[in-house]
Design a protein around this ligand. Structure first.
Ligand SMILES: NC(=O)c1ccc[n+]([C@@H]2O[C@H](COP(=O)([O-])OP(=O)(O)OC[C@H]3O[C@@H](n4cnc5c(N)ncnc54)[C@H](O)[C@@H]3O)[C@@H](O)[C@H]2O)c1
Length: 351
């Protein structure tokens, strides 16, 4: 594999660390041959941080002309996903495109249409699909360790002075001072379509498709045009109900709460604080017991890259199709509609 990163911002770093570890562990013939970023400074910094010996470009087409590039990881602002994905397809590259597929559903459909004309691998990087804690919970639920599932709660909470929100690039032109994530036009939504999606995918993995949602949006973050607080009830096709909460504030210090809690007829399963470890509370363990090691959210990127690489070299299909990732976009849009119309909305009817 001859790999390039398109976009060398915050999340590309997490991908890079995973690829470097994967190559070191497996010794597979994978080479990072190019960094492509319209901000050359970002690319230079990235190159030196990861001690890479690759070339730097501002345009994908220059990179394909000058290197034997065959695969890309695209990590750019949402409104640029379509342009870069379509250009990558036309260069006959395998594409791992960051979520959400696009900033609008129409744009996502255009990407999907083109991807179907490509013989190469196209995956959406919804890394929660590979998050070890989430997969362990899936097995525990299948084994019935907490009896019959009654309900669940998913809580995504972030402060913009921490983690990924401290470094996103700004938009050009008259909105120069605005980070793209705060712009409704550039991001296509608020916290739900963005970080919230990683908390919606686990619920879909455990309980199937969301049948209906009722939602309220609020705007506590002073800079964010889209919703920065999103609170919803989900009902699932299998009759389970869940509560979802996504919140972005400027500086809140959050308590070390459980990001996921699943309540059954015999006990509760929790994903541990900050996404590490899985815990059970039941009659045998009324004070809780750690059932699964601490892997964490970021470890999912390693497994996601393994899937991408395996699809390319072994011809397997991705663990989750690109079409499936439209699910989180439709849920986010259904929540937006519910917030406006103050009624229950069915995500799969959103087109
Ligand atoms: N899976 C996750 O946990 C996770 C976390 C954060 C971000 N993301 C997703 O990753 C994507 C990028 O987010 P980010 O936080 O890394 O953003 P960022 O702003 O930190 O980085 C974006 C990079 O893209 C570059 N760029 C902009 N226009 C470009 C173009 N035309 N060609 C090439 N490069 C260009 C910018 O210069 C910047 O370096 C988004 O889709 C976001 O939703 C996913």
């Amino acid at each position: 594999m001859k790999l390039a990163f398109i976009g060398c911002g915050r999340i590309a770093s997490v991908h890079a660390k995973s690829v470097i570890k994967y190559v070191s562990d497996t010794k597979h013939p994978i080479e990072i041959v190019a960094l492509i970023d319209t901000n050359l400074e970002s690319a230079e910094e990235f190159k030196s941080k990861y001690n890479l010996s690759c070339k730097i470009f501002t345009q994908l087409e220059e990179a394909t002309q000058e290197t034997a590039l065959d695969s890309v990881i695209i990590s750019v602002p949402h409104y640029l996903h379509e342009d870069l994905a379509l250009r990558a397809f036309s260069q006959k590259l395998n594409v791992l495109l960051e979520k959400p597929m696009a900033h609008t559903l129409d744009s996502a459909h255009r990407i999907l249409d083109q991807s179907r004309r490509s013989d190469n691998i196209f995956m959406i990087a919804e890394n929660s699909q590979y998050w070890p804690e989430i997969l362990k919970v899936k097995d525990l639920l299948l084994d019935g360790v907490i009896g019959e599932v009654v309900t669940a709660k998913a809580s995504f909470r972030q402060a913009s002075d921490k983690d990924i929100f401290d470094s996103y690039s700004v938009l050009k032109g008259d909105t120069e001072s605005k980070a793209w994530r705060y712009s409704l036009a550039a991001a296509g939504g608020g916290i739900t379509i963005d970080g919230g999606a990683h908390w919606i995918r686990p619920l879909r993995i455990w309980f199937g498709e969301i049948k209906e949602t009722f939602c309220k949006f609020s705007y506590p973050h002073p800079l964010m045009e889209g919703e920065s607080l999103s609170q919803a009830i989900f009902t699932f096709e299998n009759s389970v109900t869940a509560i979802f909460e996504g919140i972005l504030t400027e500086k809140t210090v959050f308590s070390k709460d459980y990001p996921f809690r699943i309540t059954g007829t015999r006990g509760e399963i929790m994903v541990g604080p900050e996404g590490y470890g899985v815990y059970i509370f039941d009659q045998e363990h009324p004070d809780g017991f750690q059932l699964f090691d601490r892997h964490g959210y970021n470890s999912s990127f390693y497994h996601q890259f393994h899937d991408f690489y395996s699809c390319i070299v072994l011809g397997k299909t991705p663990n989750a199709s690109a079409e499936y990732s439209l699910g989180e976009m439709k849920v986010a849009l259904a929540m937006e509609k519910s917030n406006i119309e103050k009624m229950w909305v069915t995500p799969h009817k959103i087109n």
